[in-house]
Structures are given as structure tokens and as C-alpha cells.
Design a protein around this ligand. Structure first.
Ligand code: KG4
Ligand code: ZN
Length: 347
């Protein structure tokens, strides 16, 4: 069974063909980074307009690379929540048009479920090891930061999330404050490797609290204050990046390991764009090894926004008998059960 997946929830227009075993036949991602970079973040109106221009060529290319036509496809999966509503609408309408024209089943996918299942994608000829249920997953991206317990594709429960900024958002805002451009994650990651984290003082976000919730707005404000009162010199910037990154990764690793312990699971998955972070990967691996926890981090192409993960999550939904119809619409919130209320502020 081959599924065509479409993704347009934020600033990537993507289409992919994946089968129900997770094998990726094609995976096309058109990034809008250049359109948003001058603004230091994603501009919703620009995102929606860019998706409109890109969606048809991206879908055509995904089918071409998979050596398939629409009639060879068994179903269409599309991200319909959560995300920027105008951006989501483009993918959803395109998917509905394709489903109607080719008379194929359509299934809406929660973007967060896509990220959480991205670990099951098979991109190489050789089979890569995948986790078995249950596992704990840390989802870290530009829009989301949360820990989940996954007992099955339809049994995903939030254990704790950020109360304010997502970690990728904090990276992007700190990079903007330091004049490092957008997106901030990769550049901070690179500069941090050349800096000394002990040469800059930053607060530890909720590090001592036993809860599995996160907060990253404090550290972002601390960097803002520092930049305002004592602007860092070019030589200071790598140290500040290193201190910021060490603080953030310490919290992420500590809470992920605490979640695995609390849930008595021995497998941990890290997914989302920030899972590309080298320090996070290295420290999570070291912490896992120490505690007998097996770590699964998908390759970069599966971590950042893509449609292959959406196609695969769609295949799993279809396998459970789920179908949507042409009334499918976009929504800004996830439907995964949540325990963290956003904007609760510091306790
Ligand atoms: O998952 P993703 O591609 O899009 C969303 O769904 O948000 O994640 C993008 C985020 C951006 O905030 C970017 O700065 C961050 O991931 N990111 C990184 C790294 N590479 C990308 N953050 C830290 N270190 C990296 N190496
Ligand atoms: Zn994402």
C-alpha cells in the first residue's frame, strides 16, 4: 500500500510517497527559509502564499521520484493540525482536490503524531532499528516541546510540555537577539562548539523542579537583558551560545531521563528539528547509556518537517480503519491529550 503525504503546517511545503512498512519512496521538501529570513521568524501570510505556489510542483516531483502516478497511490494523507491555519489550509485543500479527482481515500494527520512516528521511516536499503512500544518520546521543534508516553500509534499521552516557548523558538529568538540570522538552531549549535559555557552566566530553566514541564522564556529574557545591558563582543558570542545550549540541553536530557524512569520504559525517542542538535544527541546518548536506556534518534531528514512522516502516520491511521472525507479542515491545536496549560508562567 502506497500513501501520498502532504505537509504544509509551517514553513516547509512537502510531499512524499511512503508505503505501509515505512519505506520512503520519495520525499520532497521545499523550504521557505529564504522568504522568512529577513523577518527573523515565520510570517504566516507569506507562508500561506508560498505554499500555494509550491504545492503542485512539490506533489508532482514526489510522484515522479517515486515513479508513480496518482492512480498508483492507495490513499492520501495530509497534515491538518496543528499549525498556521492559512498554511495548513493549502495542504488540506490540495489533498482534498487530489482525493476527489483520483477517487482515493483521504486521512488527516496530526503533525505531532507525524514527528513521533518519524522514527519508523526506512530511508536506506538496509533496515534501521526501530523502537517497540512503549517508549518515551521527546519532541523538540520550532513550534513544540513536549514529552510523550507512546503505547501505540493511537495511544500517545503527553507527560509534560513547555508552558511558554518551544525550544526551537528559543533558539531562533536568541539567535535574532545576537544578530545570527534565521533559523537560529544550526548557527548556535555550530558556534556553541567553539565557546566555553562557563564564561557566561544564564539561569537554569526549571531544572530543579521535579515536574516534566518545560519553560524557555526565562532564559530567552535573560539573554535579552544581557544583550541590552552589556552587549556581547564578537568574542563573547560563542561563549553565550555555549552557555545557552548547555542550559537547554541539560534540562531536556534531565527531564527525558526522568520521564523514562517515571514511566518505567527503557526506550527513548528524540524527534523534531532540534533533534539535529549535536550536543543534545551526544548528551542524551551518554545519559541513556548510563541508565540502560536505548536511544533512537531519526536521521536529520526525518527530524525536520517532512511529508514522509505524515504519509506513514496516515498509513497507520488507515490501518486502524480510520477515514476522513472532504469535510476535513485545518485546526490550530493538536488533539493529543495534553496536561500542560500554556502561558501558566513560572511557579
Ligand atoms: O521540526 P522543525 O523543522 O519545524 C517545526 O515543526 O517547528 O524544527 C525547526 C526548528 C527551528 O527552530 C530551528 O532553529 C531548530 O529546529 N533547529 C535546531 C537545529 N537545527 C534546527 N535547533 C538546535 N540545534 C540544531 N542543530
Ligand atoms: Zn514540525
Amino acid at each position: 500500500m502506497r500513501i501520498l503525504g502532504l505537509e504544509s503546517s509551517c514553513d516547509e511545503t512537502a510531499a512524499a510517497v511512503v508505503d505501509d512498512t515505512g519505506r520512503v519512496w520519495s520525499d520532497v521538501v521545499r523550504s521557505q527559509i529564504a522568504s522568512h529570513a529577513p523577518f527573523g521568524g515565520v510570517v504566516p501570510e507569506i507562508a500561506a502564499r508560498d505554499h500555494i505556489r509550491a504545492i503542485a510542483p512539490v506533489v508532482t516531483e514526489a510522484l515522479r521520484q517515486a515513479d508513480a502516478t496518482l492512480s498508483d497511490i492507495d490513499a492520501i494523507a495530509v497534515t491538518h493540525r496543528p499549525g498556521l491555519v492559512g498554511a495548513l489550509l493549502v495542504g488540506v485543500q490540495a489533498a482534498k482536490g487530489l482525493a476527489w479527482a483520483a477517487d482515493k481515500p483521504i486521512v488527516g494527520v496530526d503533525h505531532l503524531v507525524g514527528h513521533l512516528l518519524s522514527v519508523f521511516l526506512q530511508r536506506d536499503a538496509s533496515f534501521v532499528a526501530v523502537p517497540t512500544y512503549p517508549f518515551v518520546a521527546l519532541l523538540v521543534s520550532g513550534g513544540h516541546t513536549a514529552l510523550y508516553r507512546c503505547d501505540g500509534e493511537a495511544e500517545i499521552r503527553e507527560l509534560g510540555a513547555t508552558r511558554d516557548d518551544a525550544v526551537g523558538e528559543a533558539y531562533d529568538k536568541v539567535a535574532k537577539l545576537l544578530g545570527l540570522g534565521y533559523p537560529g538552531g544550526p548557527v548556535i549549535d555550530r558556534l556553541a562548539a567553539t565557546g566555553d559555557p562557563d564564561r557566561a552566566e544564564l539561569p537554569k530553566p526549571m531544572a530543579r523542579r521535579p515536574s516534566l514541564e518545560f519553560s524557555f522564556s526565562g532564559i530567552k529574557s535573560a539573554v535579552a537583558r544581557l544583550v541590552e545591558h552589556a552587549p556581547p563582543t564578537d568574542a563573547d558570542v560563542p561563549h553565550l551560545c555555549a552557555a545557552f545550549q548547555r542550559t537547554v540541553t541539560t534540562t531536556l536530557v534531565k527531564k527525558t531521563m526522568a520521564a523514562a524512569k517515571q514511566e518505567s520504559v527503557s526506550q527513548v525517542v528524540v524527534a523534531g528539528g532540534v533533534a539535529a542538535n549535536r550536543e543534545l544527541r551526544a548528551r542524551m546518548a551518554a545519559a541513556g547509556e548510563k541508565r540502560g536506556v536505548r536511544l533512537f534518534v531519526p536521521p536529520l531528514a526525518s527530524c525536520t518537517d517532512n511529508a514522509a512522516m505524515i504519509a506513514y502516520a496516515g498509513a497507520r491511521r488507515l490501518a486502524t480503519g480510520h477515514r476522513d472525507d472532504l469535510t476535513l479542515g485545518p485546526a490550530t491545536f493538536t488533539r493529543l491529550p495534553r496536561v500542560t496549560r500554556k502561558g501558566r508562567g513560572a511557579r
